[in-house]
Design a protein around this ligand. Structure first.
Ligand code: AMP
Length: 218
């Protein structure tokens, strides 16, 4: 299965994609996690991306397209994959389509994870993430607190409050989503491959809806 997730920042894409990747044994490619790792490592892509990410606006398309070309061409992607955060605008969607055709692949389904805007802001500003790239677990100070304050349950790394999860940048990220990414729901809708899943409620509840929608054996 080649699955793409669409959804505003805070819709819970990261959490759901990780659970689904584990269940299906598929690689999970998160553009945000890949970019944050590139920034941390100081790679050329990371240096190019940092100032855009700090402002909550999209990193130039060529950076993302080169990055995903490299990852999607790897042999381990032949069993399928889960895309999270890429594509995020129409030019990226067109480039992905060209790339997948070159690789003789196509998207099986696009999941539109839908959540109300008030909940998005509360979810993002309370979010705490594990910066360990092997883990990247996501918590919430109120909805999904770690057992020990500020420490990852899974790998004991100190959790961080992403600088772009702070209120002023969050507003810009939501605007960027509405203007540039939301049109992709219609773009893929016209191809007949979009399924909308209600992203509100406990992560387990949302995951149940997701596996039912995908008709994955429980
Ligand atoms: P995320 O963790 O998915 O919310 O992404 C964090 C930030 O990374 C975004 O606010 C953008 O600055 C950048 N980013 C992630 N994915 C993309 C993409 N497909 N195109 C451009 N910028 C991206």
């Amino acid at each position: 299965m080649q699955i793409l997730f669409l959804g505003a920042p805070g819709a819970g894409k990261g959490t759901q994609c990780k659970k689904l990747a584990e269940k299906l044994g598929l690689p999970h490619l998160s553009s945000g996690d890949l970019l944050r790792e590139a920034v941390k490592q100081g790679t050329k892509a990371g240096v190019a991306a940092k100032s855009f990410m700090d402002k909550g606006i999209l990193v130039p398309d060529d950076v993302l397209i080169a990055m995903f070309r490299e990852f999607l061409s790897k042999p381990e992607m032949d069993k399928g994959f889960i895309l999270d955060g890429f594509p995020r605008n129409l030019p990226q969607a067109e480039s992905l389509s060209t790339l997948l055709t070159e690789l003789s692949k196509s998207l099986t389904v696009v999941i539109n994870l839908h959540t109300s805007e008030d909940l998005l802001v509360e979810r993002i500003t309370g979010r705490r993430t594990c910066p360990n790239k092997e883990c990247n677990a996501v918590y919430h100070v109120k909805f999904q607190a770690p057992k020990q304050l500020g420490v990852c349950d899974k790998c004991a790394t100190e959790l961080v409050h992403r600088s772009d999860d702070k209120p002023d940048v969050v507003k810009q990220r939501l605007t960027t989503y509405a203007e540039q990414t939301e049109p992709l729901i219609t773009y893929y809708g016209n191809q007949g491959i979009v399924k909308t899943v209600d992203g509100e409620g406990e992560p387990e509840e949302v995951f149940d809806r997701l596996v039912k929608t995908l008709k994955v054996p429980v």
